[in-house]
Ligand binder design. Structure first.
Ligand code: TRP
Length: 341
């Protein structure tokens, strides 16, 4: 049997997953699990911004696992694992931190934007928080996550690209200075790098409350779409601009009938087309897409010990690899101090 290349990717357990996660990443994961040896991480060490709400993190570990199972990640084929149950991640983070200049974190655009948002929340719904040390260094831990299984490919959302670049740089430095231990992993972004929120905001995100969640039932999806922002106000027979109406972005992202969507766009721009027609169509398209996910999720939800077994088995497989990698790292760094005498 030829060795398959490895995938490492993950998500922080801070809430239910939504359509943005799906179109930006999960869809790729499901497809790639057949070609790669895949490791899916629940990054519970990286929740310093939720440290005062660990019960939410604890619940979200299960929510994330259920969402994964729902969309069709297969725990027989891939490994689901919980970061803090493999403390080697903390150890590798410490060691890799030796080789990463602070200036590289200071330049990381994703980290920069997140820290600014934390210190200056733009709406009243969120509290202004100081940035914890662990938040500042989470990209280093993400580097450790990816290098731990010596992964080749990291399928992620667009916002994660700076972290993958940091990972490649760290792998290059380590391999060059010590021993060839780590492959330089490639990033892969999903079909829809950034899905707009239902409020028309640039990004779907749970903190903004503008998400359609993978586990939302059909009525919830219908209700959210009914309230969805659909461009500037128009009369029914007044032509509109497709690019001003995010419903079309969703249809482009999820409607399999591409020709019908271009026909709708044509009508919208010439004769005018009521938003209800578009919203009804989108509701149907999304519910058709989500139905099988919801069904599979419900089956697992009725049998949670099966979910626990998936997490346990995956964590065990990853732990073995982590210990192997740490041996290689300590060997490369010449850290076997006690073996001297
Ligand atoms: N930072 C990622 C996010 O917020 C989650 C994550 C942690 C991750 N470690 C990772 C993603 C390693 C890919 C690879 O979504």
């Amino acid at each position: 049997m030829t060795e398959r290349k490895r995938i490492l990717t993950g998500i922080r357990p801070t809430g239910a997953l939504h359509l943005g996660h799906y179109a930006g990443a999960l869809e790729n994961w499901v497809r790639l699990q057949y070609e790669y040896e895949a490791y899916f991480l629940i990054a519970d060490y990286q929740v310093s911004d939720y440290a005062d709400d660990i019960s939410r993190v604890r619940d979200s570990v299960w929510e994330v696992a259920l969402d994964w199972l729902g969309v069709g990640l297969d725990p027989e084929r891939s490994s689901f694992f919980i970061e803090s149950l493999i403390p080697e991640h903390a150890e590798l983070t410490t060691l890799l931190g030796w080789f990463l200049p602070v200036s590289m974190l200071e330049r990381n655009p994703t980290l920069k934007a997140e820290m600014v948002a934390m210190e200056n929340p733009e709406d009243g719904s969120q509290e202004r928080k100081p940035v914890p040390v662990a938040f500042y260094t989470y990209p280093v831990m993400q580097v450790a996550n990816i290098l731990m299984p010596r992964a080749h490919l990291v399928p992620v959302g667009e916002d994660q690209l700076p972290h993958i670049e940091l990972t490649r740089e760290t792998a290059r430095r380590f391999n060059h200075r010590f021993k060839e231990v780590f492959p330089e992993p490639e990033a892969l972004v999903g079909r829809v790098p950034r899905l707009v929120g239902t409020d028309g905001n640039a990004k779907m995100s749970k903190s903004r409350g503008n998400t359609i969640d993978l586990k939302d039932d059909a009525e919830t999806v219908a209700r959210k779409i009914k309230k969805m922002y659909a461009g500037p106000p128009r009369e029914l027979d007044e032509p509109g601009k497709v690019e001003e109406n995010p419903i079309f972005l969703y249809l482009d992202a999820f409607d399999p009938d591409v020709e019908e969507v271009s026909e709708l766009k044509r009508k919208y721009e010439t004769a005018g087309l009521g938003n209800k027609v578009l919203k009804d169509r989108l509701t149907e398209v999304l519910n058709t897409k989500l139905d099988p996910f919801r069904e599979r999720r419900a089956k697992y939800e009725a049998n949670m010990p099966l979910v626990r077994e998936a997490l346990e088995a995956g964590t065990k497989r990853m732990r073995t690899i982590a210990q192997e990698t740490m041996e290689m790292v300590r060997d490369a760094l010449d850290m076997r101090y006690l073996e001297r005498y």
